[in-house]
Design a protein around this ligand. Sequence first.
Ligand code: MN
Length: 182
Amino acid sequence: FEQLPLPYRYESLEPVIDAKTMEIHYTKHAAAYSTNLKDAVKAEGVSDKSSVEDILGKISKFSPKMRNNGGGHYNHELFWQCMKSNGEGTPTGKLLTDIETQFNSFGNFKSLFTDAAKNRFGSGWAWLYMDGQKKLHIGSTPNQDNPLMDISEIKGIPLLGLDVWEHAYYLKYQNKRADYID
Ligand code: MN
C-alpha cells in the first residue's frame, strides 16, 4: 500500500511532462491515494497481508473510499513504471507480436489507444489490458477505476495505463488534453 520510489527524477520526462507536474502528481496526488488507502484498509478490517489486486478484485464489497484510493494507488504505481526518459519507441518480442496480431500494427494500436484516451469524458484512464485468455484489449475507465475491479465494465489485467485526469497535464497543456495524450 506504500508508494515505491519514482524510478526517475521529476525532470526526466521533460519536455513531454514537466518536472513541476511530476513532483505535484507524485508527492501530493498519488501520495494521498496511498495514505487514504491505508486508512480505508484499517477502517474496513482488511488484512495488511492482502494485496491491492486482491482488494480491487472484490471492490464492490468495500466503501467508495477504498475504491477511489485503492484504484488511485494501483493506477499511479503502474503509470510511473509505464514511462521513462526518452522512451519513445516500439515494444519488442511477444508484446509487439500480440499487439500486431490484435490491432494489425503498432501504429494502429497507438491510434486506437489515443482515441480511447481522448474519448474518455471527464477524469479517468485509458488502458491496454489483457483478458483471461491473454488476449489484448484497449479501453477506458472513469475516475480511479481500472479493469481489475469487479465493478468495471472492462475486465482484465492492466498492462499500460494513461492518466487523463487534468492534474496529470494541466500545468503544461492547460485545456489541450489531446496534445498531452499525443
Ligand atoms: Mn493522477
